[in-house]
Design a protein around this ligand. Structure first.
Ligand code: ADP
Ligand code: MG
Length: 240
């Protein structure tokens, strides 16, 4: 079976040809279904650029990307958008909620793109909010919620369409340490229920919650480390 995600030699150059910024330089990465991977590196190392490419929000300027064995470069605009909506859920540092919409309305947004009516969307959004512990906050607007609650709403929105993969870019970056830990606990539960998670962070104490850490520097992957059980499982499979 093909890996869920496989990229090879991925490059991304921003800007004009006379002043190019090489944000990614020959990045190779394979992510199997069910993994919990952290992508770690200092600010400016290319993490968000990589996440945008993995999540089909941006196209690379070089290299290859196979999603579930299919070459993403062959996808037209509509197919790319449909794949993004069907297979990916996104969580960002700043929550990115619509300020005038209620929690339930925010969570239902990905279902609008699937053509569901308001009446069809609502119970699915309510169930997603309940799954992150916010059944009692359905009609609250973002500014009536704490940072941790807003991030839970954003996580419910990311999960509402039952995506294969959760992509989270510095999801605890705007939260205090305790609240950040709660969010990481929630990610572990989500991973435990079978979802693939890619967690982007500059913080080792956050990255250590994953089963594998991919380290980046200056637009390149500089190491792949297994941690905890993932490493023991791999070592126990090695001969002799
Ligand atoms: P990280 O998320 O690790 O902080 P980014 O992927 O945001 O890194 O950025 C990698 C590099 O690309 C940085 O040098 C950044 O300034 C540059 N960059 C990111 N986005 C753009 C853009 N839209 N236009 C030009 N340069 C960009
Ligand atoms: Mg970033």
């Amino acid at each position: 079976m093909a890996p869920l995600i496989e990229i090879a030699g991925i490059g991304r150059v921003y800007g004009a040809t006379n002043a190019p910024v090489r944000a990614l330089n020959h990045v190779d990465l394979t992510i199997e279904q069910g993994e919990f991977v952290a992508i770690m590196g200092p600010s400016g190392s290319g993490k968000s650029t990589l996440m945008n490419i993995l999540g089909l929000l941006d196209r690379p300027t070089g290299g290859r990307y196979w999603f579930d064995g299919e070459d993403v470069a062959t996808f037209g605009h509509d197919r790319l958008a449909a794949h993004r909506n069907r297979h990916f859920g996104f969580v960002f540092q700043g929550f990115n909620l619509l300020p005038r919409a209620t929690a339930a309305e925010n969570v239902a947004i990905p279902l609008i793109y699937r053509g569901l009516s308001r009446a069809e969307r609502h119970p699915i959004a309510v169930a997603a909010l309940a799954s992150v512990g916010l059944a009692h906050r359905l009609r609250h607007r973002p500014q009536q919620l704490s940072g941790g609650e807003q991030q839970r709403v954003a996580i419910a929105r990311a999960l509402v369409g039952d995506p294969l993969i959760l992509l989270a870019d510095e999801p605890t970056g705007a939260l205090d340490t305790e609240t950040g830990k709660e969010i990481l606990k929630l990610f572990k539960l989500i991973h435990g229920s079978g979802r693939t998670i890619v967690l982007i962070t500059h913080d080792l104490s956050v990255a250590q919650h994953a089963n594998r850490i991919v380290s980046m520097r200056d637009g390149r992957v500089v190491s792949h480390n297994m941690i905890g059980e993932a490493r023991s499982a791999l070592v126990s499979r090695m001969p002799g």
